[in-house]
Design a protein around this ligand. Structure first.
Ligand code: 8YV
Length: 328
């Protein structure tokens, strides 16, 4: 790899300045029409590439990696979550994996706050009413939502995004509660004025708003199971800008339909791009197409991180955003 430029296969269309820079630096193969790759195309990409740049829409599982060529040494994922990559197999096969942490934090926290407001204050419903042409004018008891000031927000997963959400939430008068594998250090906890709940179950039973901000791992799959969703108060709302798999989507849909959960703001889904069709008919639900981090600024920052990770790797150094280091 020292003399020749490494072959870098990018699975989706990235912002123009990123693609231009990648073309200058590497022997880059772009996906100009942005069609997600089929399994066969991904296998072909893994065979020919020194470096693969996938996104959340590419499932790089054991089967795909088993057919990778010997030259594939780095998977420089364009995104923070790495649940679409079989990390154990990558490690066994000597493939380093990197991601793009940190640069999506503020945008995703903004979108989480937007969903909390949209669900509580019926923003999407009001907008639909205006566009339907059915609005009959102001009324003292029409379109009433719920005040968020003074309510309790429970954050599941107090990493970068959870903490950025907590900072925003305080400005909106919410009291911040959280459950996390590890408790924050006392200085951060004090700065965020956040209350730690060791028991997720107990936290659920006391919250008005629950926000999911943890990654999807085997340990967090369906963490919000039917049993746990039942612990929520009936007036509680659930917001998810992390990964659909953390919530049992069918159970949540049933409970929203039955009025056992008051509302939900969902940016992510268990089987993307499929969405439980029953959700589409519910007025108390705001649905977004996985756009929590979708700002041009964020996408360029992500692309720059991908470039730094590849460049340091091909120059023989340790890339900064290693999720795993290869075993061999
Ligand atoms: C990204 C995300 O847009 O980075 C993540 O983990 O969920 C998204 O915000 C997507 O993953 C890009 O691959």
């Amino acid at each position: 790899m020292a003399q020749e430029k490494p072959v870098v296969v990018v699975t989706r269309k990235l912002p123009d300045p990123i693609e231009t820079r990648m073309m200058e630096l590497f022997d880059t193969r772009l996906n100009r029409d942005d069609q997600p790759m089929t399994g066969a195309e991904l296998i072909e990409a893994c065979r020919m590439a020194d470096v693969l740049v996938p996104t959340v829409t590419d499932r790089i599982d054991k089967g795909i990696m088993a057919q990778a060529g010997p030259r594939l040494r780095l998977i420089a994922s364009f995104g923070t979550g790495v649940d679409h990559i079989d990390l154990a197999t990558a490690r066994e096969r000597g493939i380093t994996v990197t991601n793009t942490p940190g640069v999506l934090t503020e945008d995703t926290a903004d979108m989480t706050m937007a969903l909390i407001l949209a669900v509580s204050r019926r923003v999407a419903e009001g907008e639909r009413l205006m566009r339907s042409g059915e609005w009959k004018g102001w009324g003292p008891t029409t379109m009433l939502g719920h005040r968020i000031w003074g309510k309790r927000l429970g954050i599941l997963g107090m990493g970068r995004i959870g903490q950025a959400l907590a900072r925003r939430a305080r400005g909106f008068g919410l009291s911040v509660h959280y459950h996390n594998r590890r408790r924050l250090d006392s200085a951060t906890e004090a700065e965020l004025e956040a209350t730690f709940w060791e028991s997720f179950d107990q936290m659920l039973a006391h919250m008005d708003i629950l926000s999911v901000n943890c990654p999807h791992t085997p340990a967090t799959y369906h963490l919000l199971s039917a049993r746990r969703l039942k612990l929520l108060k009936p007036h509680a709302i659930v917001v998810n800008t992390a990964r659909g798999e953390v919530i049992d989507e069918n159970a949540l849909t049933r409970m929203l339909t039955a009025g056992e959960v008051a509302g939900a703001g969902l940016d992510v889904f268990e089987h993307e791009p499929a969405v439980n069709p029953k959700l589409l008919n519910l007025d108390n639900v705001v649905l977004l197409p996985h756009m929590g981090s979708a700002t041009i600024d964020g996408r360029i920052d992500m692309g720059e991180k991908v470039i730094v990770n590849i460049k340091t790797f091909v120059d023989g150094h340790k890339p900064p955003d290693r999720v795993i280091e290869a075993l061999v």
